[in-house]
Design a protein around this ligand. Structure first.
Ligand code: XMP
Length: 517
């Protein structure tokens, strides 16, 4: 396995995903990971990531010395290359000529990392690579033992290599798709140079997790809050494979789910897969608790607390359990590490079942803790979950509770579910579903005048929201075709009583958020 030391680049998670796509397991740790932990990890190779700092700053982050003592291959990327150069006795300068975006690297020298990898051949017969750059500083003097094997017009040392020690540095980012040969370079490093076997695939991950869960919980029973979302669904399928009858899922139908979602979850898990699922129809309890409340954060708290309350009741009724399973995934683990260092800001208090294990005195089973979302999806497919469920857009825990603006009144729920359903159905039909990251309808409790036939109508408004995003931290509104929006709008107004107007949300994030509340 490979260790990635993170110097704070926005691309670090991407490095890990690329390495795992190649089939090699890797983990990310902060750059100041203690030396004994690095030794204990026993990496077959180490990647030093990029980062926002300048190596020319005196107290900038540095790679721990042990990295250079283990005798394993190293790959420094951007800041990683620069700190390697500095720490090994080379020189880095801040240059006036910053390089951002596309660049061409001339492969003037040879090394095991780049041999035979090229995009095209320059006029002088030298191989060239198209790459993506993002840096201000550059290496101006090589450390001992290194040679420059690649250069751009503004940076003479874009790739450096010490073939004897198998230490390499790249000034550009091989992990981004804008560097077409990037995946091949990373594969060359982890598979050929580090000698890692490509064993990291869905079937092996499942076998491994199943064995680990069995070892962890033995003959005990495990409870799982099944929401119907991708993560908890994959946990359910995985635990069912591992411990069968010993798994009990509690599915709280808040009445604020998408149209038909409750029945779908039951059909997939209980009927089709034979998983123990207790369905709790709690729509009325949620609605009565929400009555009179119009503040978004207060609504989230009410929903979160009631969810926990119901879960506890059901857990007790089911005879309790020592273990609680959760669909925590790797980005959550990395982000909460960030939150501990005080870097994360709370924009919205996201609802999940956090807080439950302490309250209920239960130990956690988190079989997806080391996985990225795309890996979780591959596991889901391998475990036999319907692709429609596995590749579904995310849905917030508080559900329609935050998509009905202001007070959640019972009569708003069904029109919103139906409008949302029409939108999603049409997105799928016209092939837009998979190109948008998240799409949904929002109920606006405002009345607007319309005319149908000769009759005046004075009814509610629905907003459609569709975004494209990689990480949900920033998003662009989806530029759906006008004809498509027109078709959806017509269907919603014609088919749903009580809605007389449809609008389309053209706000990006930032400054707007994806949800309206
Ligand atoms: P925002 O609205 O913050 O949404 O731009 C970013 C992503 O998070 C989802 N979201 C939530 N998910 N509980 C959740 O589990 C919540 O309270 C919540 N609020 C927003 C949102 O759907 C989007 O995918």
């Amino acid at each position: 396995r490979v260790l990635i030391l993170d110097f704070g680049s926005q691309y670090t998670q991407l490095i890990a995903r690329r390495v795992r796509e190649i089939g090699v397991y890797c983990e990310i740790f902060p750059w100041d990971m203690p030396e004994d932990e690095i030794r204990a990890f026993a990496p077959k190779g180490i990647v030093l990531s990029g980062g926002p700092e300048s190596t020319t700053a005196l107290d900038g982050p540095k790679a721990p010395g042990v990295v250079f003592e283990l005798g394993v291959p190293l790959l420094g990327i951007c800041y990683g290359l620069q700190t390697m150069a500095m720490q090994l006795g080379g020189r880095v300068s801040t240059s006036d000529e910053k390089e951002f975006g596309y660049a061409q690297v001339r492969l003037a020298g040879a090394c095991a990392l780049t041999d035979g990898i090229e995009d095209h051949v320059g006029t002088d017969g030298v191989a060239m690579l198209d790459v993506w750059m993002s840096h201000g500083d550059k290496v101006t003097e090589l450390p001992d033992g290194f040679s420059a094997v690649g250069q751009t017009s503004s940076a003479p040392i874009t790739i450096m290599a010490d073939e004897d020690r198998q230490w390499y540095g790249l000034q550009f980012h091989p992990e981004v798709t804008h560097t077409p040969q990037g995946a091949r370079l990373l594969e060359r490093f982890v598979a050929d140079i580090c000698g890692c076997e490509k064993l990291w695939n869905a079937a092996n991950i499942i076998d491994d997790s199943v064995a680990r869960v069995r070892e962890q919980v033995g003959d005990d029973t495990v409870l799982l809050g099944l929401s119907g979302g991708v993560d908890s669904s994959v946990v359910a399928a995985l635990l069912h494979k591992a411990i069968g009858e010993k798994l009990t899922c509690i599915f709280v139908d808040t009445g604020l789910l998408r149209l038909g979602e409750g029945d779908q979850v039951m059909a997939t898990f209980a009927q089709h897969m034979g998983v123990n699922v207790i369905r709790v129809n709690a729509g009325e309890r949620f609605l009565s608790r929400l009555a009179g409340e119009d503040d978004p954060e207060a609504k989230r708290k009410i929903i979160g607390n009631l969810f926990i309350e119901i879960f506890e009741e059901q857990a007790k009724a089911a005879g309790g359990a020592k273990w609680l399973a959760q669909g925590t995934i790797y980005p959550d683990v990395i982000e909460s590490a960030g939150a501990r260092t005080g870097k994360a800001h709370v924009i919205k208090s996201h609802h999940n079942v956090g807080g439950l294990p302490e309250r209920m005195d239960m130990a956690l089973v988190e079989p997806l803790r080391e996985l990225f979302k795309d890996e979780v999806r591959k596991l889901g497919v391998e475990l036999g979950l319907p692709a429609e469920m596995v590749y579904r857009h995310p849905f917030p825990g508080p559900g329609l509770g935050v998509r009905i603006l202001g007070e959640v009144k019972p009569e708003y729920v069904e029109p919103l579910q139906r409008a949302d359903h029409i939108f999603i159905e049409e997105l799928r039909r016209d092939g837009h579903y998979d190109t948008t990251s998240q799409a949904f309808a929002v109920f606006l409790p405002v009345k607007s005048v319309g005319v149908v036939g000769d009759a005046r109508r004075y009814e509610w408004v629905v907003a459609l929201r569709a975004v494209e995003t990689i990480d949900f931290m920033t998003a662009r509104w989806a530029h759906l075709p006008y004809e498509f929006l027109e078709k959806v709008s017509l269907r919603i107004i014609n088919e749903i009583d009580g809605i007389s107007r449809v609008v389309y949300d053209i706000s990006g994030k930032p400054p707007a958020t994806i949800e309206w509340e």
